[in-house]
Write a protein that binds this ligand. Structure first.
Ligand code: TYD
Length: 206
């Protein structure tokens, strides 16, 4: 495909949105057309799914939860991401299938491979050209989140050991696919992080 597909991953409160905004601004300034989007919730249908998975009260069966994220992803990729890539645009996306593996896998009910296979089926195998993993110790990301929120969604409210498992799942994914991932220490200065991401993206854009 002609475009470039970039995803940002990491725990809650690691600064993904800040980095996405900085990268979007610099790519736009350089003349690229950027589609900035996110999962869950990058489409109208996705917004409905997002409120179900994040704000619905009460238990959601783990397989149902995994299927809801996969359904959001299937619709998003077919209607937003692939068309943009086919037009040759840069898709800059907050979270993708690695989040499903890390979060739904961290519940310990579902295995990483089955969650990944489900998502790959949903998106007909589409993987990002680059995945930026912003890595932060879970106590540091917790305190960043606590200073910016008064209310938490279902996943943010999970216990610390859940977030520690999420973090390690992301690091394992990055280690398994070192060419796709760029892992950055999210406690670094935000301008440094932006520079590191920008360098890699410019390399990919040639
Ligand atoms: P995000 O949009 O980053 O949340 P916020 O706007 O609150 O910063 O992500 C929402 C939550 O959804 C986040 O806790 C991770 C979770 N999530 C999954 O569990 N599985 C997935 O496949 C995706 C995409 C997100």
């Amino acid at each position: 495909m002609a475009g470039l597909f970039i995803t940002l991953e990491g725990g809650d409160g690691v600064g993904k949105s800040t980095q996405a905004a900085l990268l979007e601004a610099s790519l736009t300034e350089a003349g690229h057309t950027v589609v900035r989007t996110r999962e869950p919730g990058g489409t109208d249908l996705g917004s409905e799914i997002r409120s179900m998975v994040l704000h619905r009260r009460g238990h959601i069966a783990p397989r149902a939860e995994a299927l809801l994220y996969a359904a959001d992803r299937a619709h998003h990729v077919e209607t937003v991401v692939r068309p943009a890539l086919e037009r040759g645009e840069v898709v800059l996306q907050d979270r993708y299938l690695d989040s499903s593996v890390a979060y739904q896998g961290a519940g310990r009910v579902l295995g990483a491979d089955e969650v990944r296979d489900l998502s790959l089926w949903a998106v007909e195998g589409l993987l990002p050209d680059l995945t930026v993993l912003l890595d932060l110790d879970e106590t540091a990301s917790r305190s960043r989140l606590d200073s910016s929120r008064t209310e938490y969604d279902r996943l943010e409210a999970e216990a610390a050991d859940f977030h520690a498992r999420v973090r390690h799942a992301f690091l394992d994914l990055a280690a398994a696919e070192p060419d796709r991932f760029l892992v950055l220490d999210a406690s670094r200065d935000r301008a440094d992080i932006a520079r590191a991401i920008g360098d890699r993206v410019r390399e990919l854009l040639g």
